[in-house]
Design a protein around this ligand. Structure first.
Ligand code: ZN
Length: 181
């Protein structure tokens, strides 16, 4: 398990639908470990395997102090309520845009042992689950914006310092220690 470089928007892997996981093996456990560690290092609420360059349907989340993962997820809205709130993406660092999402969702899938899992979430957890599941379909959150907002966002993103860099290795903010003197 290790902190792994995160692919930036522009990498084709982020635009490629991911394949279902078939083998619940040591490789999958290592992938979930890498996703979890990298998500923590980057301070994200979620991370999907394509963001590490792996085309498999797996994501992790970290919301309200709870960490989890889901393999081969199937997400359904619960009720019709939606919520527009600022959203960001570790593959589009430095940008946040208001994005409309279902307020409540239920997600089914499997854990890394191959046991069936069902989670229900609202607000940030629901948003993270929808955002990460989109990644597995080659969709980024900017695609969910209205046409005008999307065009403006993509123009800003194309001018980002990191545009064309391909990937970056997240590192936690350095801890500033008070001097003893
Ligand atoms: Zn993302």
């Amino acid at each position: 398990m290790s902190v792994t470089p995160i692919r930036l928007l522009g990498d084709p892997v982020l635009r490629t639908p991911a394949a279902p996981v078939v083998d619940f093996d040591a490789e999958l456990r290592a992938l979930v470990g890498d996703l979890t560690e990298t998500m923590f290092a980057a301070g994200g609420a979620g991370l999907a395997a394509p963001q590490l360059g792996v085309g498999l349907r797996v994501f992790t989340w970290y919301v309200d102090g709870e960490v989890g993962h889901l393999v081969n997820p199937d997400v359904e809205p619960v009720g019709a309520e939606t919520e527009e709130a600022p959203e960001g993406c570790l593959s589009i660092p430095g940008f946040r845009y208001d994005c409309r999402r279902h307020l409540h969702v239920a997600a089914t899938g499997w854990n890394l042992h191959g046991d069936p899992v069902r989670i229900e979430g609202s607000h940030l957890l629901a948003r993270a689950v929808q955002h990460e599941t989109d990644h597995l379909d080659g969709v980024v959150f900017v695609d969910r914006l209205d046409a005008g907002a999307r065009a403006a966002a993509l123009a800003e993103i194309a001018a980002a310092e990191w545009a064309g860099m391909g990937q970056y290795l997240p590192a936690p903010e350095p801890v500033v220690k008070a001097s003893p003197h």
